[in-house]
Design a protein around this ligand. Structure first.
Ligand SMILES: *Cc1c(COP(=O)(O)O)cnc(C)c1O
Length: 307
């Protein structure tokens, strides 16, 4: 894999603050695969190969970065892929849906077979009877959990930080299921503090993360920047993402990295960090989701994200 750079983030509004801010461009791993989804899949694919499985099955919403990542990596490494997708209404006019939904389009082009299920059935996806039904329907497969988080995924995310990153005082990451940040926490050095920015409401995440990170306690969650919930946005956020791209040339996604960077910049302005602090924010990717978000923004008369 090519070397991932840490890019300096120089913003006009931070010019008078003595803080150095960098982004680790994990988004550059691949345009369709969120950087962290690649990390999370890597050891799972090794395991699937070891177990001689030829099919990967996973779950996700219709805009999920995880779904497109599984489809793409599956094709690349010669697995068939099956996506159990939330929302049975999508099935009725799949061709039309595929025209407008970039995520499912990518997945479809990379050979993923879809099974659309109702929202209530989707909630049962962890139950044995639901999974048994899937084995009956599809035969043998390697099951990748929703969002991709399991032990092997966390092991992959422990490879994000490199020796050259030891000079940073603070490591920041957006959070969905907590797998990525667990890997960062496990691999951060003693002098480093890890800050997580949940992209959704709710405080179940702390417990989730604690399950996967035993030794290192040097981390906190910053819960003020979810913008009312997963996938929710407002014009402040969109304007921030557009200005950020204009000034730094770094594109941010509206679900995860945009909210995190909004939060970091706001905290810097509020004096949260000591003078001289060196911050490394992980760009986990998610850029494949921008066009889907823009379709929603058009309907709501909100500003669009510049692509
Ligand atoms: C999935 C995703 C995350 C969240 O990762 P978790 O390991 O689920 O916390 C963050 N950023 C992007 C771009 C993602 O696609």
């Amino acid at each position: 894999m090519k070397e991932i750079i840490n890019q300096p983030v120089i913003l006009k509004e931070l010019k008078n603050y003595d803080i150095s801010l960098f982004m680790k461009r994990e988004d550059q791993i691949h345009p369709f695969i969120s950087g962290n989804k690649y990390r999370k899949l890597k050891y799972n694919l090794f395991k699937a190969q070891e177990q001689n499985k030829d099919t990967l099955l996973t779950f996700g919403g219709a805009f999920s970065n995880h779904i497109s990542a599984v489809a793409f990596t599956g094709k690349k490494f010669d697995f068939k892929t099956i996506g159990i997708i939330r929302g049975d209404e999508l099935e009725k006019d799949l061709e039309e849906v595929l025209k407008h939904n970039h995520t499912l389009q990518i997945a479809n082009e990379h050979g993923m077979q879809f099974k659309f299920v109702s929202r209530s059935d989707y909630r049962l996806k962890h139950t044995n009877s639901f999974i048994d039904g899937l084995y009956k329907e599809f035969g043998d497969f390697y099951l990748v959990p929703e969002g991709g988080t399991n032990k092997l995924a966390i092991k992959g995310c422990e490879e994000i930080l490199k020796p050259k990153d030891e000079k940073f005082d603070v490591i920041c990451s957006a959070i969905g299921t907590g797998g990525t940040i667990a890997g960062l926490i496990n691999s951060a050095k003693e002098h480093q503090k890890v800050l997580g920015f949940p992209a959704l409401k709710g405080d179940f995440l702390r417990k989730e993360i604690e399950k996967h990170t035993i030794q290192n306690k040097n981390w906190s969650l910053i819960t003020d920047y979810h913008f009312e919930g997963f996938g929710k946005v407002n014009s402040d956020l969109i304007n921030f993402i557009n200005t950020f791209k204009e000034e730094t040339n770094i594109p941010l996604d509206p679900i995860y990295t945009g909210k995190m960077m909004f939060g970091i910049v706001d905290l810097i302005k509020k004096g949260y960090f000591k003078k001289g602090t060196k911050i490394l924010a992980i760009h986990t990717g998610g850029l494949q989701g921008i066009s889907g978000m823009n379709n929603r923004l058009k309907q709501k008369d909100l500003p669009l994200i510049i692509e």
